[in-house]
Design a protein around this ligand. Structure first.
Ligand code: G6P
Length: 475
């Protein structure tokens, strides 16, 4: 760090805090939820860096400030920009498109215009903070144009981009009216990271189709002004969690005691099933609850022996598809509870809240079976958190084939959430699995999750990015 310029700058849609400014101008802040924050927090704690992001509310204009040794640089978004750039283009165009069009993406030119404008603002803020030759790490689908704008403003920087969500197949990505602009936006980076090798391969195919650039394996060659050529690498870096922190937390006597209390609070069922998700249509919550309801109807699971605890944290509540999903989930939960519940005993405990990490660790520890049934998910960190919390080597992870985590988590019970009958059978086999089999699988899962933690992920990405030769900048 020199003269208030930073050698390491993170650019993400959200700051790692939400803050509000009181009438007297004082700031109060709280940690904001989301996989990205969880993933990057430990990295930022260790490095003196700057983080450029949106504080999570409209029209908040604030000078950069320091929290826990990290410089936070707020990017102001107006009400209209939140609607068009965040709720619109990011979460009603790109999010459904990149998750295999589970919902129909909406394409609006006004949303695209706002996306371009806001991406430029993020890039300008990052350019102001970065020291000469600094490393700038841009995150996720909301900011895909930032790498190219940043390179234009600051050709001296080494720029990395990481896509936390899937990158779709060429045939799906092709729908996007602005597909070549997005590809060119990303190619401003030196290194483009994806969760899975198939995501990286999908991107390279789109480069070949929508640009006339040369590609060789995972390397794309981009001609620069003055006859220079730049090599951009697109590769997989599967993200993880702070496994040790979760492991430690779940071993604490307080968390263990809380886990027992949770079991008691839900009526000490023989078996507790658990689902933990943002309330998002990609997570397969309806498929999971439907399968559970049918198992009750078939009598293969019975009340009060079995309880499903479903944590569904509120998310993107102004977007229509999310409002619809909430209605559908709550209707289904109500039906099943009405039909199979008794006074003082509901088969589904549905919680539309988010909880602190300690409570999550206690929930994981309390659950016999963890249900991760996403229809499409870049990685799914909940699956890894469950494994990290189970130092007792008990518990079964039921995991959708359509998550990035399924590539790594050998030892889980894999399911296709679209196949309700198949999922029902897998859930029953998870409920009935004996302790010996549970231990064997959990050991294998834990070796993987404890070895490949988030620190290793960021180090691997940053090692490749740092090895990019410094860019020559003509005077
Ligand atoms: C996913 C995305 C993140 C996002 C998070 C929460 O994990 O990959 O970029 O921050 O969801 O969503 P939100 O829209 O609330 O930021």
């Amino acid at each position: 760090m020199s003269n208030d310029l930073y050698d390491f700058v993170v650019v993400a849609n959200r700051l790692p805090v939400d803050f509000t400014v009181a009438d007297d101008g004082s700031i109060s802040w709280t940690r904001s939820p989301g996989g990205l924050v969880t993933a990057l927090d430990p990295v930022m704690q260790g490095a003196e860096g700057a983080w450029v992001g949106w504080p999570g509310a409209a029209d908040l204009d604030h000078e950069p400030f320091d929290v826990d040794g990290v410089r936070l640089v707020p990017v102001r978004l107006s009400d209209g920009e939140i609607e068009l750039y965040y709720e619109g283009f990011s979460n009603d165009t790109l999010w459904p498109l990149y998750h295999d069009v589970i919902q129909t993406p909406a394409y609006h030119r006004t949303w695209w215009d706002a996306y371009r404008k806001v991406n430029r603002r993020f890039a300008e803020k990052a350019a102001e903070q970065a020291a000469p030759g600094a490393i700038v790490w841009v995150h996720d689908y909301q900011l895909q144009l930032v790498p190219a704008i940043l390179r234009e403003l600051r050709p001296d920087l080494r720029i990395g981009f990481f896509n936390h969500i899937p990158f779709p197949a060429l045939e799906i990505f092709a729908q996007l009216p602005w597909r070549s602009q997005v590809v060119h936006g990303l190619l401003g980076a030196d290194l483009i990271g994806f969760q899975r090798t198939s995501d990286a391969a999908n991107f390279v195919r789109s480069v070949r189709r929508f640009t006339d650039l040369t590609t060789r394996g995972e390397v794309i060659t981009v001609p620069e002004d003055g006859g220079e050529r730049r090599h951009v690498r697109a590769a997989a870096f599967p993200i993880s969690i702070d496994s040790r922190q979760f492991d430690r937390l779940a071993r604490s006597p307080e968390v263990a005691a809380r886990a027992l209390e949770i079991r008691k609070e839900i009526g000490n069922p023989q078996v507790m099933l658990l689902g933990v998700d943002r309330l998002d249509y990609t997570k397969g919550i309806l498929h999971r609850i439907k399968a559970f309801g049918e198992l009750l109807a078939d009598g293969r699971l019975t009340v009060p022996n079995v309880t499903l605890v479903q944590v569904a944290s509120p998310s993107r509540e102004n977007v229509g598809a999310y409002q619809q999903l909430r209605e559908d989930v709550e209707l289904l939960v109500g039906r099943i509870n009405g039909e199979f519940g008794h006074l003082g005993n509901a088969p589904i405990r549905y919680l539309h809240h988010s909880y602190p990490t300690e409570e999550m660790a206690a929930l994981y520890l309390a659950a016999d079976v963890m249900l991760v049934t996403a229809l499409r998910d870049g990685m799914n960190l909940v699956a890894k958190e469950y494994v990290a919390a189970r130092s007792d080597e008990r518990g079964v992870l039921v995991l959708s084939e359509f998550t990035g985590a399924a590539d790594e988590l050998v030892g889980s019970v894999l399911v296709n959430p679209h196949d309700i009958d198949g999922m029902k059978d897998r859930i029953v086999s998870a409920v009935e699995m004996d302790a010996r089999d549970q231990r064997k699988r959990m050991r294998r899962l834990r070796r993987r999750v404890l070895e490949d933690d988030v620190e290793k992920w960021s180090q691997a990405f940053l090692a490749v990015l740092s090895a990019v030769p410094a860019h020559k900048v003509s005077a």
